[in-house]
Design a binder for this molecule. Structure first.
Ligand code: VG1
Ligand code: CO
Length: 547
């Protein structure tokens, strides 16, 4: 061991279990003594001493300090190379691209995604493997196991702070640290994905007005580069573009409730054709058409799949995938094209494997995440350019495109109801009771609804088997009806306090496509409450967020 390295004795924490997407906790939890160093040392040891790691994040509070402290631990472990984007700012999809371009062993992404930031907000660490994909559960479990028994970590005797404000190369003993331009790398990866010439032409037309809301997350610099520098759009095209440690005090969550700036702006100015908002780390997106016409994520996925021919990258599409709770609109597109649509549990790591082996080229989740084969993460900016490619080639508006889609395929009315910060014990009790009910057959054949139109065809708990045969049970309690409608209940794996219950409803209608979403789902929601007894269990029937 070099003279410069010391071993620091530490107490293991027992709560460093990564959830759906990384380890997410309140900033104050991460600020406990050695909490961060323990977890980094655990990653290093549990992933067989990686040689090259990418390190960056979404700019949230505590990120800069965390980068310094992580460099200290990794350099003390004599890692060969650390690649850091300028100012530490790296969107989650760009991190995935960079890991692959640099042939790195993996990446540490400092983000809690759409969770609030600032000193009282959340912090998080995602670990991605050399394929650019979020680490599968086998790896996150190993990291967690190591974190529970760790007794020391390595540290530099003399700590170093690296200047991240310029492109540069530094050395600490045997470790090289490269501060690079992440946008250049991202652009290189997607350069052949779209017809950039056509996009520029379309966006320069005065009547083609768009608005891109970065919600003060990490996508600001990418959006400014693409829309202002490359496409020369007017400056007002990109809003909330400065990455801020507290995201301007708001949740960087692109949904109708929180991305109000965008919704209001589009309602006020009907000449804006297209609007999009991204989350804190740039992997989620919400799409709006003229006057704020909302595109549900399940429809967005299906519409892109159906128009894959307009997107260069998707010209040789072999398959699609969606997460289990996502409305199955894309399944019908797949069926028409003679392709497979895989159904995986919630969380991008399950898509990662399918993307890596080339089984799928496009996939997405109901939580506003959509991604494709250029990287191994969901990618908000890619989704944006995909939409713009379709609109440019077909010369139609968003609303028209979606409505035409419904006319051909029928419509999935869909809502997710979140009940946040609930009592964990009560939620667990509800889930156990419900699991007993739904893994039995007592509901099958029963009819619900005013006209008894909802007849239960199947109930259970969703289980997934990966292409390599890894089984993941218990991924969502479900009730399926004969007409294709579904009720799904699961607990969130990304919260930082209490429990969050998520209820997903989707009702399919082949012909009646023009109804109000909320109204259409009212009856199914009542049925859901009757079967799950959710209001009795958690003491409320009022969700905190509906998306
Ligand atoms: C949520 C979403 C899931 C998404 C995950 C990470 O997980 O439901 O679809 O993949 O967040 O998104 P959960 O377990 O809370 O339902 V992000 O943008 O953090 O990377
Ligand atoms: Co995110």
């Amino acid at each position: 061991m070099s003279n410069h390295v010391i071993e620091i004795a530490t107490q293991a924490y027992q709560d460093q279990k990564p959830g759906t997407s990384g380890l997410r906790k309140k900033v104050s939890v991460f600020q406990q003594p050695n909490y961060l160093e323990n977890f980094i040392q655990a990653i290093y040891e549990a992933t067989d001493k990686p040689k090259v790691l990418v390190l960056g994040g979404d700019g949230r509070f505590f990120m800069k300090e965390a980068i310094d402290r992580i460099i200290n631990v990794l350099a003390a472990n004599q890692i060969l190379k650390i690649i850091i984007p300028m100012n530490g700012l790296l969107s989650t999809p760009a991190a995935s691209c960079l890991i692959r371009s640099a042939k790195a062993s993996g990446g540490i992404i400092l983000t809690a995604s759409h969770n609030p930031g600032g000193p009282d907000g959340d912090f998080g660490i995602k670990f991605n493997t050399s394929t650019g994909s979020p680490a599968p559960e086998a790896i996150t479990e190993k990291i967690y196991e190591r974190s529970k028994t760790i007794t020391s970590y390595k540290s530099l005797f003399k700590k170093r702070t690296i200047d991240l404000s310029k492109y540069s190369v530094h050395t600490i003993d045997d470790t090289r640290i490269a501060v690079i331009d992440p946008i250049a790398n991202y652009m290189e990866v997607i350069k052949d994905s779209f017809d950039f010439g056509l996009l520029k032409e379309t966006l320069q037309q005065e009547q083609f007005k768009i608005i891109v809301d970065c919600m003060n997350g990490v996508t600001g610099p990418y959006a400014k580069h693409i829309f202002l520098e490359k496409f020369r759009c007017p400056t007002e095209t990109v809003i909330n573009y400065d990455p801020l440690p507290d995201f301007g005090g708001k949740h960087p969550d692109p949904n109708l409730t929180i991305a109000k700036d965008l919704v209001n702006q589009m309602k006020a100015d009907p000449t804006i054709q297209f609007g999009i908002a991204f989350d804190g780390d740039g992997d989620r997106n919400m799409v709006l058409g003229q006057e704020g016409f909302f595109v549900s994520p399940g429809d967005a996925l299906a519409v892109i799949a159906d128009n894959a021919d307009c997107i260069d990258q998707l010209s040789k599409c072999k398959g699609f995938a969606r997460s289990f709770p996502t409305a199955p609109a894309i399944d019908r597109v797949a069926a028409k094209r003679g392709l497979v649509c895989h159904e995986v549990p919630t969380g991008w790591k399950y898509f990662g494997e399918l993307l890596s082996v080339g089984r799928i080229q496009l996939c997405g989740e109901e939580s506003f995440g959509l991604g494709a084969s250029h990287c191994n993460e969901k990618d908000g900016m890619w989704a944006c350019l995909a939409w713009l490619s379709i609109l440019s080639k077909k010369r139609v508006g968003v609303k028209q495109l979606v409505e035409e889609h419904w006319k051909v395929y029928g419509r999935d009315y869909f809502n997710r109801y979140d009940f946040e910060e609930c009592d964990s014990v009560k939620c667990q009790a509800m889930m156990r009771e419900l699991e007993t009910l739904l893994t039995g057959r007592s509901l099958v054949g029963r009819k619900f609804g005013s006209k008894e139109q909802y007849e239960v065809v199947e109930t259970g708990n969703f289980a997934y088997t990966s292409p390599t045969g890894v089984k993941t049970p218990g991924q969502g309690l479900f009730i399926k009806f004969t007409d294709g409608s579904r009720i799904i209940v699961r607990l969130s794996g990304t919260g930082s306090s209490g429990a969050t219950v998520r209820i997903y409803l989707n009702a399919y209608d082949k012909d009646d496509i023009g109804q109000d979403n909320e109204t259409y789902l009212k009856e199914l929601l009542a049925i859901c409450y009757t079967i799950t007894k959710l209001p009795q269990h958690i003491g409320t029937d009022k969700p905190t967020v509906i998306t």
